[in-house]
Design a protein around this ligand. Structure first.
Ligand code: PRP
Ligand code: ZN
Ligand code: MG
Length: 220
């Protein structure tokens, strides 16, 4: 659990699809920092705030446990990271990082809807979300979890179909896969901890959220 820091912490993705836009938003909200030698932690100069740069998959847990008070993460990662305990709460959608979690199939697999997946093996990095989708559709299928390179699974005969994020569609196309049903629509969201901040930081937390909301609404 968290200890007294005297500083707010915001978790952002260190590298990947959301990394640059997340920092842009925080900068546009008026926070200033200089890149130091510490790659994990950027120290904001004009407020008692630190930016913690981590793997996106770790952000929901960090915020749920109030290791960080706020975080910026994709809904896909947030949804997959949910567990039985108190979870991070969505403050607002941020309007960037849009992507869709989709079922995708090779040309050799006839697909007429989720029931076409019955009894098959499906590769994904999102086993919980996929399982819920299959259950909702009354489909029994095996899920093989891969951390990355999910798109190669059909060619390697690791799986008959995949469930992966689609943004431009270039990855699917390059691998001869066709997008089918949508499992989840996603974009970046601001999340906050279910645990209150240190009392002397509560006002600052509210004002940071307010300023981010102003930036997002000005971007339409
Ligand atoms: C996703 C997904 C594909 C790619 C699809 O990975 O796994 O590899 O993006 O994008 P496209 O439709 O524009 O080709 P992502 O970059 O989110 O991160 P990952 O490293 O966690 O797979
Ligand atoms: Zn990731
Ligand atoms: Mg990928």
């Amino acid at each position: 659990m968290s200890t007294v820091q005297g500083r707010l912490r915001i978790a952002v993705q260190k590298s990947g699809r959301l990394a640059d836009r997340s920092l842009d938003l925080i900068r546009d909200a008026g926070l200033k920092w200089v890149k130091g030698h510490n790659d994990l932690l950027y120290r904001v100069e004009n407020y008692p705030i630190d930016l913690l740069r981590v793997r996106d998959d770790d952000i929901p847990t960090f915020v749920a446990d109030r290791v960080c008070d706020l975080g910026i993460v994709g809904e896909n990662v947030l949804e997959e990271g949910k567990n039985g305990g108190a979870n991070a709460a969505i403050v607002m959608p941020l309007g960037f990082g849009r992507c869709t979690l989709k079922i995708a199939t090779p040309p050799t697999l006839p697909y007429e809807g989720p029931t076409s997946l019955e009894g098959l093996r499906i590769a994904t990095s999102y086993p919980k979300i996929l399982r819920r989708f299959l259950d909702d559709n009354g489909v029994a299928a095996d899920i093989v979890t891969m951390r990355g390179a999910v798109e190669v699974a059909p060619r390697l005969k690791l799986a008959a179909a995949i469930c992966d994020l689609v943004s431009t569609g270039a990855t699917l196309e390059a691998n001869g896969l066709k997008a089918q049903d949508t499992v989840l629509e996603s974009q970046a969201v601001l999340i906050r901890s279910p645990i209150a901040p240190e009392p002397e930081l509560a006002e600052l937390l509210d004002s940071v959220i307010e300023r981010m909301a102003g930036v997002v609404s000005s971007q339409g």
